[in-house]
Ligand binder design. Structure first.
Ligand code: ACO
Length: 428
């Protein structure tokens, strides 16, 4: 294979180096192209642009492959725990027993959040969307831990910032929910594991003991693993670009939470359930909504279908679909919107519009259904996604800083007015 490609432009020939990844994927390195030829490349939505080299996740959208640090997602979802996977993603190797124990103990020890967070929470109207509260409170961590503002001073400080964020996010998330529904805040219980603790803070009350169901804990653990990392998606690229200005880890992750919120990204899991409920309220005719999704004059999109990189199937969706079936039968859930979901899924998978465009159910189609079966309120779905994605954001931020990457700053092709003279107000 040649190690460069040639670009012929205006009678000149430019050699563009080819770089190759460990899975033989190839890219043109155009970083010097503008200096040599005056040309930039343009690619709205970065559909075909690699923004970085990364050793964290390998994803092949055509073959439906997803691996964290080389380990297939199927094996991790089946055999691992979320905290173990978080360690793997952030530090590159599966932890040994001693490392895993220390990791678990350190995270468990830091789950409490400062009492002054209550004052911040009280400032939010009770119907605030928990994603907005989550991102605001994650940024507020910088005020409580000012040393985090200069995050790469020492490896110990980076470690502590990471531990605090992973430990406190479930507490912040559960408190955001309690604040929304007007119930007393529940403190973390250090004898519970990561998922059990979160569920207890969400559903427990001081007057009624709540013991998380092992079926729900297991399902939640799997969901968090499936969401833990997904290379350069919208929210992760946001974390990297904010962090590239040397903003702190907390500020960068807070930005990632906001990017995740939109319905075309992580917010799709909430949008899926809202869509299914709307179809049900409208008589339950799935075909009517399929037609709407196909109609180019109608802005409606089938939420939970399609993906920027998966064009055959989303491997996470396969695992989650099976987990959803297990959970629904074990918990004996009989939810009328499931029938509508199944009809939509079957119809979309055989309809030429969806087949031709390779629009398959994505991870959010099933995660919304499973979160609902677990009793998680709809507006907390994207918060659950954020809790899962946290190790990925942290790992990408850390890798970007350790590799000394430059500040993210794309270029553009200007399409506005050419130079013109200012016109006085009275003459306009
Ligand atoms: N319903 C109907 N048509 C769709 C859908 C959909 N959900 N998704 C894509 N299409 C159509 C587009 O209209 C377009 O058709 P055209 O070629 O005739 O113009 C074609 O499929 C390609 O779609 P794009 O928007 O160009 O694909 P892109 O890669 O930019 O978008 C996205 C991917 C945002 C996920 C899109 O499929 C979508 O909006 N899906 C619904 C929202 C969703 O489920 N998001 C969650 C994604 S998973 C995640 O972020 C964790």
């Amino acid at each position: 294979m040649s190690d460069f490609a040639e670009l012929h432009f205006n009678g000149e020939v430019y050699k563009i180096p080819i770089i190759e990844g460990t899975e033989n994927e190839k890219a043109l390195d155009i970083s010097k192209l503008r200096g040599e030829s005056g040309l930039i490349t343009i690619d709205p939505g970065y559909k075909n642009t690699g923004s970085t080299k990364s050793a964290i996740t390998f994803l092949d959208g055509e073959k439906g492959i997803l691996r964290y640090r080389g380990y297939p997602i199927e094996q991790l979802a089946e055999q691992s725990s979320f905290l173990e996977v978080a360690y793997l993603i952030i530090y590159g190797e599966l932890p040994n027993e001693e490392q895993l124990n220390k990791w678990r103990v350190d995270i468990t020890y830091h789950t409490l959040i400062h009492e002054d967070f209550k004052v911040l929470l009280e400032g939010f109207p009770s119907n605030s969307h928990p994603m907005g509260v989550l991102s605001s409170l994650v940024t507020s961590l910088t005020a409580f831990y000012p040393e985090s503002l200069d995050p790469v001073r020492s490896a110990d400080e980076v470690y502590m910032n990471i531990i605090r964020l992973i430990a406190k996010l479930p507490t912040i998330a559960a408190w955001a929910y309690k604040n929304e529904i007007g119930q007393p805040l529940m403190y973390p219980k250090n004898d519970l594991d990561y998922c059990g603790n979160f569920l207890k803070m969400m559903f427990g009350t001081p007057s009624e003991d709540y013991e998380p169901d092992p079926v729900i804990i297991k399902a939640l653990n799997k969901l968090l693993i499936l969401h833990a990392e997904h290379e350069q998606n919208c929210s992760t690229s946001t974390v990297r670009i904010v962090g590239s200005s040397h903003a702190s880890l907390y500020a960068s992750v807070s930005a990632g939470i906001n990017a995740l919120w939109g319905p075309l990204h992580g917010g799709a899991n909430q949008a899926v359930i809202e869509m299914l409920e709307a179809i049900r309220a409208d008589g339950g005719d799935a075909n009517k909504y399929l037609e709407k999704a196909k109609d180019k004059n109608d802005p409606f999109r089938l939420m939970g279908f399609g993906h920027r990189v998966y064009k055959n199937f989303d491997p996470r969706a396969r695992i989650i679909k099976k987990a959803a079936d297990d959970v629904l039968s074990k918990l004996g859930v009989n939810d009328p919107i499931l029938d509508i979901a199944k009809k939509l899924e079957a119809a979309a998978l055989s309809d030429p519009y969806f087949v031709d465009r390779k629009l398959y159910p994505n991870v959010d189609f099933y995660s919304g259904i499973i979160y609902r079966a677990l009793g998680i309120p709809t507006n907390m779905f994207t918060v659950m996604f954020a809790m899962g994605r946290l190790p990925g954001w942290i790992a990408q931020w850390k890798e970007m800083r350790e590799n000394g990457e430059p500040i993210g700053r794309p270029r553009q092709i200007y399409t506005g007015e050419n130079e013109r003279d200012y016109v006085e107000l009275s003459k306009r």
